[in-house]
Design a binder for this molecule. Structure first.
Ligand code: S3P
Length: 171
């Protein structure tokens, strides 16, 4: 069956990639990770894109990619954590499919990202205060972009996916 796309949004470390991998199998859909696709096309890591081309250039790449994916079907689109920040992107997302916002507390996020150095925005900033502040700044953007929200703290990926599938079907 050809399904409407599911877009996963949320802060870094809210489990988008893990959830995407399981949803893909459970729903027999294809998976696109926007960070991975941008890295592949640019032949550079996200950190190098930020360092050499700047964050604005990366954000433009995200917007372009989202517009490209909008007309596809049957995709789980795992979006980079900043994708929902541009109002323009949020509008394209709503047209592209059902937008699922994964949430987590700053303490949970820190636990999940603390051994990973691939995220330029968290370099030297891996503490609950920084994460909490950035999360607060972004909160209203994620909320506005989302069709449904699913909390991920202290839950198994199976449980989280079960809730997503229920909520997406209800939409
Ligand atoms: C970013 C999140 C990252 C990546 C980039 C910027 C952000 O994606 O796109 O480092 O601004 O929140 P993940 O959420 O997959 O870590």
């Amino acid at each position: 069956m050809e399904r409407k796309n599911i877009l996963l949004i949320g802060f870094m470390g809210t489990g988008k990639s893990t959830v995407s991998a399981r949803l893909k199998k459970e729903l027999d859909m294809k998976e696109v990770d926007t960070d991975m696709l941008i890295e592949k096309r640019q032949g550079m890591t996200i950190s190098d894109i930020f360092a050499q081309k700047g964050e604005e250039a990366f954000r433009n790449m995200e917007t372009e990619l989202l517009k490209e994916l909008k007309s596809e079907r049957n995709l789980i689109i795992s979006c980079g954590g900043g994708m929902a920040l541009r109002d323009e992107n949020a509008a394209v997302m709503k047209e592209a499919g059902t937008v699922v916002w994964l949430t987590a507390e700053p303490e949970t996020i820190l636990e999940r990202v603390k051994h990973d150095d691939s995220r330029p925005l968290l370099r030297g900033n891996k503490n609950v205060e920084f994460i909490g502040n950035l999360l607060e700044q972004r909160y209203s953007k994620y909320k506005a972009a989302a069709d449904v929200a699913v909390a991920t703290d202290c839950r198994t990926v199976k449980d989280i996916c079960g809730e997503i599938i229920r909520k997406v079907c209800e939409k």
